[in-house]
Design a protein around this ligand. Structure first.
Ligand SMILES: C[S@@+](CC[C@H](N)C(=O)[O-])C[C@H]1O[C@@H](n2cnc3c(N)ncnc32)[C@H](O)[C@@H]1O
Length: 232
């Protein structure tokens, strides 16, 4: 029997940007966007962003994925929601906001809901001394990408040791417990959220999640498509 033909890659991975050039661009406050063609023939494109929201700090590496998953973009089940594979504009606004908020996040336990590619959480890790930052989402490829994004920034300011990724579905209270060893639902000093309200059916589950994870006196920072909000 003939050996199966090997699929030729569309294009080899390019060399990463020279780190010195990266720093120079970041020092000028520029965001570098790299477009790579994936070696997986089912994946059309992949964006690897090198971003900096605070001059003279190490750049953040944040990948978006173009998935090889061919389901509907908004399917019926939460775990089929593919919207987190890209960075939405609200996340960019939140990342800039976090530079200003950083002193308030120092020493805090922070959780990002519907984190997508995790840019605000990564910015929190990079620009503040938050004690712990948990990134949550529900679509498995999104969660995989979050784990990869934590790894890609691993050496940056001891980020990996303070970061965690957790599958949390707003519609399933049994997933709210981040640490299975803790008897009660874990709560956070600060919750972050960007562009999470686009489906009426998800509004009440999202409110339930916020109520469960945020104690009295906690703060929820939210950026919608158009505005920034602080809920205390
Ligand atoms: C429009 S995207 C925004 C992603 C990211 N916050 C950003 O601004 O780039 C909405 C996010 O909410 C997540 N999501 C949708 N339904 C969810 C649910 N029931 N539980 C948890 N996350 C959910 C999606 O997977 C997606 O990552």
């Amino acid at each position: 029997m003939a050996a199966p033909e090997e699929q030729a890659p569309l294009q080899e991975e390019e060399e990463p940007l020279d780190p010195v050039l990266e720093m120079q661009l970041c020092a000028r406050g520029q965001v570098v966007r790299e477009l790579r063609l994936s070696v997986d023939p089912n994946v059309v494109q992949k964006y690897e962003h090198v971003m900096c929201f605070k001059p003279d700090t190490p750049p953040l590496h944040v990948d978006e994925i173009a998935t090889s998953w061919f389901g509907k973009v908004f399917d019926k089940r939460a775990e089929d929601d593919t919207t987190g594979i890209q960075i939405w504009a609200a996340s960019l606004v939140m990342a800039y906001w976090i530079v200003d908020l950083a002193p308030e996040l120092d020493g805090k336990r922070v959780c990002e809901l519907g984190a997508g590619c995790g840019l605000p959480a990564l910015a929190t890790l990079a620009y503040s001394d938050a004690k712990q930052v948990v990134m949550t989402d529900v679509f498995e490829p999104t969660l995989e990408n979050l784990r990869a994004n934590v790894k890609r920034n691993g050496d940056n300011n001891s980020m990996a040791s303070r970061a965690a990724v957790h599958c949390l579905d707003w519609t399933k209270p049994e997933t709210y417990r981040i640490d299975p060893d803790v008897a009660v639902d874990q709560q956070f000093d600060v919750l972050l959220g960007c562009d999470l309200i686009y489906d009426n059916a998800l509004v009440q589950p999202l409110i339930n999640t916020i109520r469960a994870l945020l104690p009295v006196g906690g703060t929820f920072y939210y950026v919608s498509g158009g505005k920034r909000f602080v809920f205390i």
